[in-house]
Design a protein around this ligand. Structure first.
Ligand SMILES: *Cc1c(COP(=O)(O)O)cnc(C)c1O
Length: 392
């Protein structure tokens, strides 16, 4: 396994440090920077007793040298050793048409010298339905990137595949993934299945459990006001192991600190799809957090539903649809900070974070300053933006 040229800037406790990880990220942490213009715009609280805020963002879109860096690389770092262990020839995965996850799997395949097959579901979410130019939506943005990476891109779902690649099995309404796995095995090759967002993979939550340790190592250097911590951390909840992993990581950090310090850091997961109820996601996130927790040294009872805080107020009209309020947020961030969000996840998350701040929905940590440090995790996804060109 290749070694990073510089050592990790933080250490993990045992048994976490013993779990195999294949480096896909830069050896330095993804940057955290203040959102200065937005923070200044909040500097006059509406009442003298209201808290003041400092807003920051962690740039998981700048975490890896690989294609259109995003949050899946951090998860895949812990899955690659298992991929190699199985003598895999072909990674197989699935996602929505403009999936970022499948791009990251395709790039990892290339980095490892493997092939990839990506199944893009036409019926997943409302992105395709809402696009005025459906043909463009099926060819641009992340679909184009997947093809540039040499992935075997296959559309699945109710509509016929407009562009069946060589060797494509075309459409299978029953279980396209199973068909593809069989097809690869028939050729004498070894497929490796990575479920959507890598969340249902048993190792899927470890990357962001490690990410929590990275965040506290950056807190120490950031010279934050108030509690000196990121009191609230806002992150997308799609397939759920990003938020689940963070919950597990912060829980282990708290448990190891074993002292009455400031109140615990709170992770708030912002949902981006109205398809399934919040309770469904809460159950999954709790499972992912506990599963990661068991591998890093926590007991099942250490994490409870009280640790899972998901918000479904910002889901918009459908998964993958840029509703007017989310679009406003995307433009606001671009025009105040010069930072580009993605239309599917991060614009909804940031809309949520600004809502919490503007409506005083966050309780300051116990400190005389009544100050709140809020961290927005930018999980990437801007490469889908080109496919949303005709949204208005
Ligand atoms: C996949 C993805 C998410 C959601 O992460 P999950 O771990 O699936 O909840 C958020 N943002 C972007 C840009 C993504 O690609």
């Amino acid at each position: 396994m290749p070694r990073s040229p510089s050592a990790s800037p933080f250490t993990l406790p045992d048994p976490f440090s013993l779990l195999p990880r294949y480096p896909l990220l830069y050896s330095t942490p993804s940057p955290i920077h203040p959102l200065q213009t937005l923070t200044s715009s909040l500097s006059h609280p509406p009442t003298p007793t209201a808290p003041t805020y400092s807003l920051y963002t962690k740039r998981e879109d700048h975490s890896s040298p690989l294609a259109t860096a995003g949050n899946k690389y951090r998860k895949l770092e812990y899955i690659v050793p298992d991929i190699l262990h199985h003598s895999t020839t072909t990674l197989v995965t699935e996602g929505a048409i403009q999936s970022n996850h499948t791009i990251q799997v395709a790039a990892v395949a290339r980095k490892l010298g493997l092939k990839s097959i990506v199944l893009l579901g036409k019926d997943v979410g409302g992105g395709l339905g809402a696009a005025r130019d459906k043909d463009a939506f099926l060819r641009s943005g992340n679909v184009q990137v997947a093809r540039v990476l040499g992935a075997d891109v296959r559309f699945v779902g109710s509509e016929p595949d407009p562009d069946p690649g060589p060797g494509s099995t075309g459409i299978d309404r029953d279980d396209p993934a199973e068909m593809v796995l069989k097809e690869v095995r028939r050729k004498g090759e070894i497929p490796y299945w990575i479920p959507s967002g890598a969340s249902l993979h048993p190792l899927g939550g470890l990357g962001y459990a490690r990410g929590a340790f990275e965040i506290i190592s950056q807190e120490e250097q950031a010279d934050l006001g108030g509690s000196g911590r990121f009191d609230y951390i806002f992150v997308a909840c799609g397939s759920g192991s990003t938020v689940g992993g963070l919950i597990a990581g912060f829980k282990l950090i708290e448990k190891l600190a074993r002292r009455d310090g400031p109140s615990p850091r709170k992770v708030i997961g912002i949902l981006n799809s109205p398809t399934k109820p919040r309770e469904y996601h809460e159950g999954r996130v709790l499972d992912f957090a506990r599963r990661a927790g068991a591998l890093i040294g926590l007991e099942p009872g250490d994490i409870s539903m009280d640790d899972v805080w998901l918000d479904d107020r910002f889901v918009g009209s459908a998964y993958g649809v840029l509703d007017p309020k989310t679009k406003q947020t995307l433009e606001m961030m671009a025009r105040t900070e010069g930072v580009i969000l993605d239309p599917v996840y991060t614009a909804k998350v940031f809309r949520g974070m600004m809502h919490y701040v503007q409506h005083n929905e966050l309780v300051p940590p116990p400190s005389p300053s009544e100050h709140i440090n809020a961290l927005f995790i930018h999980t990437g996804g801007q490469s889908a933006l080109g496919a949303y060109v005709d949204v208005d």
